[in-house]
Design a protein around this ligand. Structure first.
Ligand code: UDP
Ligand code: MG
Length: 334
């Protein structure tokens, strides 16, 4: 599968008697410092879309078990604005489950996923909507530039995306986060995918449909700090790799085969050496190294297989991906 931009069909999404609606999904975890500002910027964009294009909107904030005043602030926003809905999760479930919770509640004809920290400029939503109206089902923001990120984060992100694509079965576009617009059809498709290890950008690539990129500069965080420390980034990368590919397992097969072939060469050499010359292949050092090598290799491989088995185990429990404590502002739906 490849993700060169497919050109849209002749389908042009026109507002049918003003009935089109956009849902914005904003996952929030300890974002008290920035949420007010985010809301104001989102609101400005959406109000202008409402008046210029008759595009109705709702903003769904998902409070991912924040420990600060985020929930209080979201409550205030919901009280003062009929477009605001809040889904409060029962604890911190993580970014991807939080986005999933928002998608599950979104009622719009299209949905935009955007972070709360204003790293993704809300103003781009207008351009995304334009492309959606032209018939694209997925418009993903593609970072051309990232301000305020450490060189380390940039480099690891780069290596990660390149590596993932070469390993996995779907092509995930480079330098793309979760900031994107997706059509209702895609939202429903994602909703039907019940996998636990949610790697949304991969899942959205996997579903297909007409996808296109919208280049943008990723700004620095407006306030607060990143909730993706190195440990989480590594786990996230692992999720991406393991849930989108069996490549690690295939790699193990190739590795085993190579070692087997190599050891055969060694055996032939040892025998010929003994028969044709008066020398022995001697020494316990070589033996020791070989044993250690194989032992290490086998443990590593076992661990890798174990990782897949563990995921099967977790999946077999079929627990919900997240639990909701409270819904606020869903006036139209009980
Ligand atoms: N987030 C979340 N739950 C978490 C961690 C993060 O909902 O457990 C949200 C966070 O509030 C933000 C978005 O996910 O809106 C992206 O997080 P962050 O900005 O910390 O990640 P980064 O941009 O540094 O990769
Ligand atoms: Mg961020």
């Amino acid at each position: 599968m490849s993700y060169s931009d497919s050109s849209p069909n002749s389908v042009v999404r026109v507002t049918r008697d003003g009935s089109a609606k956009i849902s914005i999904v904003v996952p929030c975890y300890n974002e008290e410092a920035v949420i007010g500002l985010s809301h104001a910027r989102l609101k400005a964009v959406l109000e202008s879309l409402l008046s210029s294009e008759h595009l109705d909107y709702e903003i769904i904030y998902v409070d991912d078990g924040s420990r600060d005043q985020t929930a209080v602030k979201l409550n205030e926003l919901a009280a003062g604005d009929a477009h605001v809905r809040v889904v409060m999760l029962s604890r911190n479930f993580g970014h991807q489950p939080a986005v999933t919770a928002g998608l599950d509640q979104a009622s719009g004809d299209c949905v935009v996923i955007i972070d709360a920290d204003l790293q993704d400029p809300p103003e781009l939503i207008a351009d995304m909507v334009k492309l959606w109206r032209e018939g694209y089902d997925v418009v993903y923001g593609q970072r051309t530039d990232r301000e305020g990120e450490s060189a380390f984060k940039l480099a690891t992100a780069r290596v990660f995306y390149r590596g993932l694509n070469s390993l996995s079965d779907v092509d995930i576009p480079l330098d793309v986060g979760d900031f994107r617009l997706i059509d209702r059809q895609v939202v429903d498709a994602i909703g039907s995918m019940k996998e636990r290890d949610r790697f949304l950008r991969g899942m959205i690539s996997w579903v297909g449909f007409r996808q296109t990129a919208l280049p943008y500069r990723r700004a620095a965080r407006a306030a607060g700090e990143s909730k993706y420390p190195l440990r989480k980034m590594v786990l996230f990368a692992l999720d991406g790799m393991l849930s989108f590919s069996l490549a690690p397992l295939r790699f193990v097969i190739t590795l085993g085969l190579s070692i087997f072939v190599l050891s055969n060469v060694g055996i032939v050499y040892a025998i010929l050496n003994r028969l044709l010359t008066d020398q022995w292949v001697s020494g316990w050092t070589m033996l020791f190294i070989a044993v250690m090598f194989m032992g290490g290799m086998q443990l590593m491989v076992l661990g890798m297989i174990g990782e897949y088995v563990g995921r099967i185990y977790m999946a077999s429990k079929e627990r919900p991906l997240y639990l909701v404590k409270r819904f606020i502002g869903f006036h139209d739906r009980g």
